[in-house]
Write a protein that binds this ligand. Structure first.
Ligand code: WQD
Length: 327
């Protein structure tokens, strides 16, 4: 069978493409390369340039490549941007998804894996977030991911498509430097960016009700996350048509922002004693996944730790920021 990976030239998508081809799956990537990078893809992966909501293109790709499963990652993913331009997020992440799902149903594709996010939970008020924790997103980005899950599940049920929704927690690291995250919108690259400029990393708030007062997150290595996609994609073959598997993907362990800063200092060898700034609006004190469902349903657990994430992310950062070595 052939898997279509939308957004497969992106940071996470390219890791998924690598994991799936490495495991012997046939893969075709559909990416508009707006933020994706073609060079991230191996020679064994076909890239079709275009939008994941272009119905004509989708019909052609699904037919020509005899696609029998889709992993859908193409989406807008910046929380701040979604607050300023919700229509863009609903158009891309929701309206676009309806077009893709229509094409999937029309082509008789039987498996669909959806890239969701811990953002669907909003500000969870529990120590460990299970898949039963109520979903209450607090920004349009999280809303579109939750609506996306509803669309995927309802379509699967109605048309006999086996579906999965993967709720990613905080993704970091790189399987190889050239696959690195090129954005600077998450904490690890944001810390590297400050250090590269000779500035102290910033900690947004140290008066949270957490052990050291800084926010606690569940960081998962992107190579593990990619592996989780492979495990889920393969498991869908064993499931009944129309059945859905919605799972958290994390490590189930909390790491505070201050702990992360210390680790970044150790790995980079740069002075990383952070400066404390006011809380960032909308941040949860803690967001740590219960990973029990993923373990019980699929026998899958993350293998790599936070140090692996920081080390591999730093190698990738140095590739695009050689000046960072000089400090
Ligand atoms: C992590 C922690 C910050 C930068 C977001 C989205 C989520 C998902 C992943 C999607 C927070 C703190 C950060 C800095 C800091 N997005 N921080 N200093 O907010 O947990 O999740 O990204 O695809 O939907 O909401 O991730 O990496 O921005 O922040 O103290 O310079 O680091 O306050 O506690 P977040 P993040």
């Amino acid at each position: 069978m052939t898997w279509l990976i939308t957004g497969g030239a992106g940071y996470i998508g390219a890791h998924v493409a690598k994991a799936m081809t490495g495991a012997g799956e046939r893969v075709v990537v559909l990416d508009d390369v707006s933020t994706g990078v073609e060079e991230r893809l191996g020679a064994d992966v076909a890239l079709v340039r275009g939008s994941a909501s272009d119905r004509g293109l989708l019909d052609r790709v699904l037919r020509e490549h005899e696609v029998s499963g889709v992993v859908h990652l193409a989406a807008k993913k910046k929380v701040d941007e979604s607050v300023g331009d919700p229509l863009l997020y609903y158009r891309e992440n929701v309206s676009g998804l309806t077009v893709l799902l229509e094409a999937v149903v029309a082509a008789g594709v039987g498996r669909f894996v959806f890239s969701s996010s811990a953002a669907v939970y909003g500000v969870p008020d529990v120590e460990l977030v299970t898949e039963e924790t109520p979903c209450a997103p607090i920004n349009p980005y999280g809303e579109t991911k939750l609506v996306g899950e509803w669309l995927v599940r309802a379509t699967g049920r109605a048309h006999g498509v086996s579906t999965a929704c993967l709720r990613y927690f905080n993704v970091a690291g790189a399987a190889e430097p050239r696959l690195s995250d090129t954005g600077v919108s998450n904490v690890v690259p944001m810390f590297f960016d400050r250090l590269t400029r000779g500035e102290a990393p910033r900690v947004f708030g140290d008066d949270y009700p957490t052990p050291d007062g800084t926010c606690v997150r569940d960081y998962v290595h992107v190579a593990d996350l990619a592996d989780a996609h492979l495990a889920v994609a393969r498991a869908l073959a064993e499931r009944a048509p129309g059945e859905d598997l919605t799972v958290n993907v994390g490590r189930g362990e909390g790491v505070s922002v201050r702990e992360l800063a210390t680790l970044v200092g150790e790995v980079t060898g740069l002075p990383a004693e952070p400066v404390v700034e006011p809380r960032r609006p909308g941040d949860a004190a803690s967001a740590v996944a219960s990973v029990a469902r993923m373990t019980e349903e699929l026998g899958w657990t993350a293998r790599l730790g936070v140090r692996d994430m920081v080390e591999s992310a730093w190698e990738g950062w140095l590739l695009s920021h050689p000046e960072a070595r000089a400090h």
